[in-house]
Design a protein around this ligand. Structure first.
Ligand SMILES: NS(=O)(=O)c1cc(-c2ccccc2)cc(-c2ccccc2)c1
Ligand SMILES: [Zn+2]
Length: 263
């Protein structure tokens, strides 16, 4: 990935110097502040297709220097939106071992330990994700808040391979698994708003759906995620831990934040 970081001279307060959209409108993430929420009875439960991948399916798990990301099968999609959105990849944002608070979206300024993003593109309108990434109706991302609690077996399908991708640009092949198990039980309760990529180039191209209910992972699982990875290359003399890879919340401005649930 290009030269940007979350902190320091290339950090998020400087992104707009190289990536103008990062200083523009419709930026993500945001805080879901109760007074700004509006119940929308037309918001239907999210329906996903083919999220239960066979172990015969090979996925690529990689360290891109900013996150751990998993490639997804193009059979996977969201079918309940006005257009079909086909899955591309999933990745995480997290805090650190000393501060297990690294979600991007917050609820009344409560920051969760981590956040999962499942990135999809509008395959009704665009042939691939590269053409969709900067279009206002190009992307749909499912956001899942992650808190420390019960052990999460689904997370092990990723964590057990994490020592193979400790350094930037390392990749490993991993067997498919049921990606639906990484989502909360209820897909009918969520926050909905128009936003952006939370990383440079920050294109305002994302229809955000952040589920109301968090999933849990154990403290040990969180510590593995928060301490296993480096943003530097294997040969770099000074290894840089990869953690606190979250963008601060952005101004909501005049945007509506819709919710599919009451109180
Ligand atoms: N956080 S996010 O959901 O807005 C997001 C989406 C995409 C993304 C991916 C494919 C197509 C289009 C957009 C990539 C990233 C990313 C995270 C870490 C490092 C570099 C890029 C992050
Ligand atoms: Zn993300």
């Amino acid at each position: 990935g290009a030269k940007w970081t979350y902190d320091g001279p290339q950090g998020q307060d400087h992104w707009s110097e190289r990536y103008p959209y990062c200083g523009g409108a419709l930026q993500s993430p945001i805080d879901f502040e109760s007074d700004l929420l509006r119940f929308d009875p037309t918001l239907r439960p999210i329906e996903v297709q083919n999220y239960k991948l066979s172990p015969n399916e090979q996925l690529t798990l990689g360290n891109n220097g900013h996150s751990v990301q998993l490639s997804l099968s193009p059979m996977m999609s969201i079918s309940s939106l006005h257009n079909r959105y086909t899955a591309a990849q999933l990745h995480f944002h997290w805090g650190s071992a000393s501060r297990p608070a690294g979600s991007e979206h917050t609820v009344n300024n409560k920051q969760y330990a981590a956040e999962l993003h499942v990135v999809h593109y509008n395959s009704d309108k665009y042939p691939n994700i590269s053409t969709a990434v900067d279009k206002s109706d190009g992307l749909a991302v499912l956001g899942v808040l992650v808190e420390v609690g019960m052990f999460n077996p689904a997370f092990e399908h990723i964590l057990k391979f994490i020592n193979g991708i400790k350094y930037r640009d390392q990749k490993v092949k991993v067997p498919g698994f049921n990606i639906r198990a990484l989502l909360p039980t209820r897909l009918d309760e969520y926050y909905r708003y128009d936003g952006s990529l939370t990383t440079p180039p920050c294109y305002p191209s994302v229809l955000w759906t952040v589920f109301r209910n968090p999933i849990t992972i154990s403290r040990k699982q969180f510590l593995t995620l928060a301490t296993a990875l480096y943003s530097s290359n294997a040969q770099d003399s000074a290894p840089m831990p990869l953690n606190n890879n979250y963008r601060k919340t952005q101004p909501v401005d005049s945007r509506l934040i819709l919710v599919s649930f009451k109180e």
